[in-house]
Design a protein around this ligand. Structure first.
Ligand SMILES: Cc1cc2nc3c(=O)[nH]c(=O)nc-3n(C[C@H](O)[C@H](O)[C@H](O)COP(=O)(O)OP(=O)(O)OC[C@H]3O[C@@H](n4cnc5c(N)ncnc54)[C@H](O)[C@@H]3O)c2cc1C
Length: 377
């Protein structure tokens, strides 16, 4: 029976899986190499609690987001906040799909939105836009929340280096566990699927006034999104945010940690030029404050799959996370395995059905009755 679980990584996935398993009575250890949870990709991203609007070209991702959003709101009501004006806009020339198709895809997925023509800031070269209920994640609240929930189960400043499967157990740092979950987004044990690492650069901007969130879809476009700090926003760009595409996690870290001032300046120029095409008041509203650097793990392919997958090899699970709203999916997959291993602990039971039929048939014969066809015995 499974009772001791080790988890590598205290990102959104490790924290959610660890605290959920702990609340179910499992003895859990979550190992994190840094001094705080949510330090890597989970604390360096666009902080968007997705509803599916970002993914018109991938059905599975939209459905996981739509459902994950609602579950996130139920489970973690205080770890995100609403955005009063959250706009998705489809540009006339550069979008890969037209506005009518985009709207149809969202309607058929059952994601609510409101079509809009007026906005509080000028937006140009647009075929259509809609107001959505996507929210922003509150990372500092989440860090505090998971630290409290996990308590002694969270082992910070500890990089896992030793993993060995012995059959009955998986040894992690020399200690026996029933299961190991690699929630390092592929950085510790890789992924049993074709994938690559993408170091990334978003840009942080400061503003004195509230600004709407504006996301341009679909294709090589850009977005401006608020953070938990009401005066700080991120600017992200599909063509300019990636810094490379590599297969070695060390190489990805070298690229992320070796970004020069010249590269930052070049990215600022390129992203501002891109966003100003649609948001002409961007530079009046925002001042650049610094880059945000992270590493994404992505499946190989030109499709837009950001859904979550869980792989199992013996006692080791690997979680391919994709996005934050899909933490519940990962938990369900892991629990399904735990449940099935509990069922296997029971020895198979012989069915009494044949014996019951024979007994009742004999009783009927002894009483000289013939059961009518269809009568219950
Ligand atoms: C630029 C960018 C923008 C994004 N925007 C969004 C967005 O707006 N909304 C959204 O939902 N998703 C977004 N994502 C994706 C999101 O950030 C990830 O899906 C999510 O953070 C992954 O969480 P995780 O827990 O799997 O991985 P991580 O957050 O990377 O956590 C893995 C943890 O494992 C630790 N670790 C690794 N190896 C070891 C080891 N050997 N020992 C101990 N600890 C170890 C790391 O230190 C790290 O803390 C974005 C990602 C990027 C890069």
């Amino acid at each position: 029976m499974v009772s001791r679980v080790a988890i590598i990584g205290a990102g959104w996935y490790g924290c959610h899986l660890g605290s959920s398993l702990k609340s179910l009575g499992f003895d859990v250890r979550v190992f994190e190499q840094h001094h705080r949870p949510l330090h890597e990709a989970s604390g360096n991203n666009q902080f968007r609690l997705h509803l599916g609007f970002h993914y018109p070209r991938h059905h599975g991702t939209r459905v996981q987001s739509r459902d994950g959003f609602n579950r996130f709101m139920e489970r973690y009501p205080n770890l995100s906040r609403e955005i009063p004006e959250n706009i998705y806009a489809v540009p006339k020339a550069e979008s890969l799909i037209d506005f009518a198709t985009y709207r149809l895809i969202m309607t058929s997925t059952g994601i609510e939105f409101r079509e809009q023509t007026e906005t509080s800031v000028p937006i140009r070269e647009i075929a259509g836009l809609m107001l959505t209920g996507e929210r922003v994640l509150l990372i500092e609240h989440a860090r505090r929340f998971f630290r409290e929930l996990l308590g002694d189960s969270l082992v910070l400043n500890h990089r896992v280096t030793s993993i060995e499967e012995t059959g009955d157990h998986v040894m992690v740092e020399g200690e026996p566990y029933d299961l190991l979950v690699d929630a390092s987004w592929g950085q510790q044990l890789g992924m049993p699927m074709p994938f690559f690492y993408e170091p990334t650069m978003l840009l942080y901007y400061e503003t004195d006034h509230a600004h709407p969130a504006v996301t341009f879809v679909d294709g090589p476009l850009c977005s401006v999104y608020p953070t938990e700090d009401p005066n700080i926003y991120t600017l992200s760009s599909v063509p300019h945010t990636p810094l490379g595409r590599v297969h070695d996690p060390e190489e990805a870290r070298r690229i992320r940690d070796g970004v020069s001032q010249d590269l930052v300046r070049a990215k600022v120029a390129a992203m501002e030029e891109q966003v100003m095409r649609y948001l002409p008041s961007f530079k009046e509203s925002f001042r650049f404050v610094g880059p945000q650097l992270a590493i994404k793990t992505k499946p190989v392919g030109n499709f837009d799959d950001r859904s979550c997958s869980v792989f199992r090899r013996g006692r080791i699970f690997s979680v391919m996370s994709g996005k934050i709203d899909t933490i519940f999916f990962a938990m369900e997959r892991i629990l399904a395995f735990v449940e099935s291993s509990r069922e296997r602990a029971f020895s198979p039971l012989a069915s009494p059905l044949r014996r019951d039929i024979v007994t009742r048939t004999q009783q009927t014969r002894e009483q000289g009755q013939v059961a009518p066809v269809g009568a219950s015995l």
